[in-house]
Design a binder for this molecule. Sequence first.
Ligand SMILES: Nc1ncnc2[nH]cnc12
Ligand SMILES: [Zn+2]
Length: 329
Amino acid sequence: MSLPKAELHLHIEGTLEPELAFALAARNGVTLPFADTEELRHAYSFSDLQSFLDLYYALMAVLRTEQDFADLADAYLARAAGQGVRHAEIFFDPQAHTARGVEIGTVVEGLSRALERSEERYGISTQLIMCFLRDEPAASALETFEAAGPHLHRISGVGLDSAEVGNPPAKFREVYELAAAAGLRRVAHAGEEGPAEYIREALDVLGVERIDHGLRCLEDQELVARLVREQVPLTLCPLSNVRLRCIDTLADHPLRRMLDAGLLVTVNSDDPAYFGGYVEDNFTALRDALGLDRETLRTLAANSFKAAFLDEPRRRALLAEVAAYEFTD
Ligand SMILES: Nc1ncnc2[nH]cnc12
Ligand SMILES: [Zn+2]
């Protein structure tokens, strides 16, 4: 049995494994520009965020029907269950699908079909977070929010992702105001490739409750002090950071320094099909690279539940499971 944990930074489209991509391509009559899964896997070598995003968006061509989205989410949940995940807050990118002629209702209803059965099947509670693509115009985010209107009862929050540099959080002030008025939770990617200033802007202008990545906060000690004081959760993704060359090697990852500074950090997988591991693989790789002891791993698991948008009884129950967990390896 694995250490119980929440996954708070997971793009469902980033869980599309090569085998499922080819199966969906065959089902939908889509031709992929790769001969087979092995050739596709060879393309998983990235120089930066954009080089990954190019492949990530291209492969989405195979996702067309509600059943495709349900199959994608179910495959993720089955794997997550094997990695100790007890709660998952799942990102999706509606504009990447509507731009291809797939309606937002197809995406949300398809994902929800799998999510609705997740507690019963896998013991994983779930929420959906709708992300806006920050390299698209603000008007497109507003249109997306409007199109999501009939499905908002299935969506817990909004997020901001895609190419960060040159697309500051403030560009999305209006749509975040609408989301807040609709009672949605707010998060945003900031400080992955972009500067520390974007983290401050996400907090001050968008009113976010969590920062996705946030790695570059370390360049601004005043900001670090604020994140510690306000206990703003940071959803770190260590294997992603190495694959997208935000850091050179896992041994260089500042996670331990961040914990020691008092930051509320969590460990997540981002796009596990592309970055070489799901969430527990991230825990294990960090443990091995940084020499983390069991109590530090327990702290990281507890942080994931502290940072989650859970109701208090379930948060308490899951924190109790973490406290009682007995390591066997
Ligand atoms: N790591 C990441 N950063 C920004 N946008 C993303 N979309 C999917 N993964 C992402
Ligand atoms: Zn991400």
